[in-house]
Design a protein around this ligand. Structure first.
Ligand SMILES: Nc1ncnc2c1ncn2[C@@H]1O[C@H](COP(=O)(O)OP(=O)(O)O)[C@@H](O)[C@H]1O
Ligand SMILES: [Mg+2]
Length: 550
């Protein structure tokens, strides 16, 4: 980039940097963001399709989950990345509704493009969108339905809605029971739910219906030595993040042995040291050891002689769960092992799950620790089930916390759209156009639900809209029969937070993208063309060479 000053060129940016401005910059960002939205759009709703994602080393992920698809897609274009952020935020805040959020953001931008073509200034569109988004929150709160955190039948319906169309269909009933049970078990009296207390452990083999819930923590590890006890009642648990083995020197050292006695002495010393560690463990009163590092052969021998149940190379996340469940502290040095650091559980036992040994830690000091074992025929099935369970756990927790829900099936979006149109008329001026565009954009949800179910989107939308105009606020799309029905009667419910969050982050992202009128990309040295990242999607994003030179 350069500027002219009295015939002399002044370079401002590094050579190879590219710059796009005005409508071009907007156009490119919008197109890239829309491309992301249309990539996930076909997965929305109970009849949504799945995506198969293959990474560079050939690993396959088959999923219907918006955020998983976007994370796996390896997106490079900066505006497209913002859409991925929308999905991630939605996932962090609510755990469900990721596709919804991205699809709405994409549609907001598409409608904005129409306005830009009519020469409405982006600032006006952004302001109108912001106003509409705020109003939408108000309307949403108004149509929300209050529920009780103890209403298990309702919680189950919410779990079912989240699991619909996720490859868990056949066993939805059983799985949703597990989910509701798990959440109610870990919920605090004040209504907060920490889903970290729920461990989801996958196990390939068996059928989905063999999935079960365990009160306690489940660790995918077996004891290190067969002569250790298989079952320890009244367990005193030590969580150790240090190796139970002979300490190897940090530097490469060589020991010259010139006499057989010296070798024996060396080995004796090794044994004595390891034994010292085991003695320390025994002295603390521990009868169960979870070690994050290794346990060597000699140590295994002494530990089993002492009747201690030990597992090694336990994952850090599992250690943290064990600490929370048993009240044990994480001990990171051998010298720090004392009685005070131990945790408690009524039972630690190794049991077989589809032919593989796992360690069950039950009757924990903290009863708010539960695990769900997810079983299923193949790895892909189990992976997708785990994602569906994750979504369901999160939505049920959110409802237990917020106690507010809305119906699904495109009903709230249609209602909001209607009310926003009325609101727009009261605002008038150019902002009215933007608010109307926002209102129209929300209808992408019922429209897409219809499209994905192979129904005529226009017919369906007209039918649902007509119902709402008559004051039937909870009417949405029955995707199976292709008609507008009362979603309340159909039992399709979602947390209010799914919608409030989806609309606010979609609006934020759309506004942010709209307000950009200048893209300055510094050159990436190894890239032959230099300039912006290629931005992959739909052939969009990369700038034609030379375009940035003003
Ligand atoms: N039984 C159902 N009938 C109609 N719509 C449903 C039903 N179950 C879920 N939906 C709708 O499907 C949409 C969610 O689809 P989903 O694929 O889970 O995407 P997201 O990632 O946004 O959660 C919501 O609008 C929800 O109301
Ligand atoms: Mg969902």
């Amino acid at each position: 980039m350069s500027q002219q000053l009295g015939g002399q060129q002044i370079l401002i940016l590094k050579e190879g940097s590219t710059r796009t401005r005005g409508r071009d910059a907007q156009g490119m960002n919008i197109t890239a963001a829309i491309a992301v939205a249309s990539a996930v759009r076909t997965t929305l709703g109970p009849k949504g399709m799945d995506k198969m994602l293959v990474d560079t080393i050939g690993d396959v992920v088959i999923t219907n989950d918006g955020v998983t698809i976007l994370k796996e897609m390896d997106i490079e274009h900066p505006a497209a990345k913002m859409m991925v952020e929308v999905a991630k935020t939605q996932d962090d805040e609510v755990g469900d509704g990721t596709t919804t959020a991205v699809v709405i953001a994409g549609e907001l931008l598409k409608k904005a493009e129409g306005l830009l073509e009519q020469d409405v200034h982006p600032t006006i569109i952004a302001a109108g969108y912001r106003q509409a988004a705020e109003k939408a929150q108000e309307f949403l709160k108004d149509i929300a339905i209050d529920v009780k955190a103890t209403d298990k039948a309702m919680l189950k319906k919410i779990a079912e809605t989240a699991m619909t169309g996720k490859g868990a269909e056949a066993s939805k009933d059983a799985l949703c029971d597990l989910v509701v049970k798990a959440v109610t078990m870990v919920a605090d009296e004040d209504g907060t739910v920490n889903t970290d207390n729920i461990k989801v452990e996958k196990k390939t083999g068996g059928s989905i219906n063999d999935s079960e819930i365990i009160e306690g923590v489940l660790i995918d590890k077996e004891r290190v030595h067969p002569s250790m006890p298989k079952k320890v009642t009244n367990a005193k648990i030590l969580l150790l993040n240090a190796a139970v083995e002979f300490k190897k020197t940090e530097v490469d050292a060589e020991i010259n042995i010139t006499h057989p006695d010296q070798l024996q002495a060396f080995l004796d010393e090794e044994e004595r040291m390891v034994r010292g560690i085991v003695d320390k463990i025994v002295a603390s009163g521990a009868n169960v050891l979870f070690c994050q590092k290794g346990i060597d052969d000699i140590a295994q021998h002494y530990l089993s002689k002492a009747g201690i149940f030990a597992t090694r190379r336990v994952k850090k996340s599992d250690m943290e769960k064990l600490a929370r469940a048993t009240g044990a502290s994480l001990v990171s040095s051998i010298d720090a092992i004392t009685k005070e650091e131990l945790g408690k559980a009524g039972l630690v036992e190794e049991r077989k799950v589809s032919g593989e040994e796992m360690t069950f830690v039950e009757q924990c000091k903290n009863p708010k620790a539960v695990s769900i074992i997810v079983r299923g025929g193949t790895e892909h099935v189990v992976d997708e089930l785990e994602r569906a369970i994750h979504d369901a756990l999160r939505v049920v927790s959110v409802v237990v916390e917020d106690k507010k829900i809305v119906v699904g099936g495109g009903a709230p979006e249609t209602e909001l759209s209607l009310r926003l149109r009325e609101f727009a008329a009261s605002v008038g001026g150019r902002a009215q156009l933007a608010i109307e565009a926002f209102a129209a954009a929300l209808e992408i949800i019922p429209r897409t639900l219809a499209e994905n179910a192979g129904l005529d989107p226009i017919d369906m939308l007209v039918e649902i809209r007509a119902a709402h105009e008559k004051g039937k606020k909870t009417f949405g799309l029955n995707v199976y029969e292709g008609k507008a029905v009362d979603m309340k009667a159909a039992g399709v419910f979602e947390p209010l937070r799914v919608k409030t969050q989806a609309i606010s982050s979609a609006a934020e992202a759309a506004i942010m993208i709209l307000r950009i009128d200048d893209v300055i990309a510094s050159s990436k040295s190894p890239s032959p063309e230099g300039g912006m990242p290629p931005g992959g999607m739909g052939g969009m994003g990369g700038m034609p060479p030379g375009m940035g030179d003003y």
